[in-house]
Design a protein around this ligand. Structure first.
Ligand SMILES: [Zn+2]
Length: 126
C-alpha cells in the first residue's frame, strides 16, 4: 500500500466532479426543455408523431407487417426491434436531443427527435 493521494489527485477529482455535474446539468436541461416529440417517417412520408413524455412502444408497419419497433422510455427513443438485416438502427442506441435521428436505411424508416416549438405539429397519432 502506497500513500500517493496528493494535491494533484484532489485537483483531478475536482475537475472530474465539475465535468460530471456539467454533463448532468446539460442532459437534464435538454430532456426537460428541448426534446418533446419523435417524428417517424416511412418512405419519406410522415408516419406519425409521438409524445416523448409518454412511455410507449410503436410498431411501424409497412405493407401490413411490422418492420420496426420504436420504443419511447423516459424521454428517450430507441429502436427495439427491426426486420432489417444490418440492425444498424438498433445499434444507434438511445436518442433524446433535438434534431437527433435514428435511421433504418433498409426499411426507409427515419425517426427524428424534435422540440415542440420548432415542429409546430400537434400530436396526431395515438
Ligand atoms: Zn434497421
Amino acid at each position: 500500500m502506497r500513500q500517493h493521494f496528493g494535491k494533484r489527485d484532489w485537483i483531478l477529482l475536482g475537475v472530474l466532479a465539475i465535468i460530471a455535474i456539467a454533463i448532468w446539468g446539460y442532459t437534464s436541461f435538454w430532456q426537460k426543455e428541448s426534446a418533446e416529440k419523435a417524428i417517424v417517417t416511412l418512405d419519406g412520408e410522415t408516419y406519425g408523431t409521438y409524445d416523448l413524455k409518454r412511455d410507449q412502444t410503436i410498431e411501424i408497419k409497412k405493407d401490413d407487417s411490422v418492420c420496426n419497433v420504436l420504443c419511447i422510455q423516459d424521454g428517450e427513443i430507441f429502436m427495439q426491434d427491426a426486420t432489417c438485416p444490418d440492425k444498424l438502427c438498433e445499434k444507434q442506441g438511445k436518442k433524446s436531443h433535438d434534431k437527433e435521428t435514428i435511421v433504418c436505411l433498409p426499411n426507409k424508416v427515419v425517426v427524428t427527435v424534435v422540440s415542440a416549438d420548432t415542429s409546430g405539429i400537434d400530436s396526431v397519432a395515438n
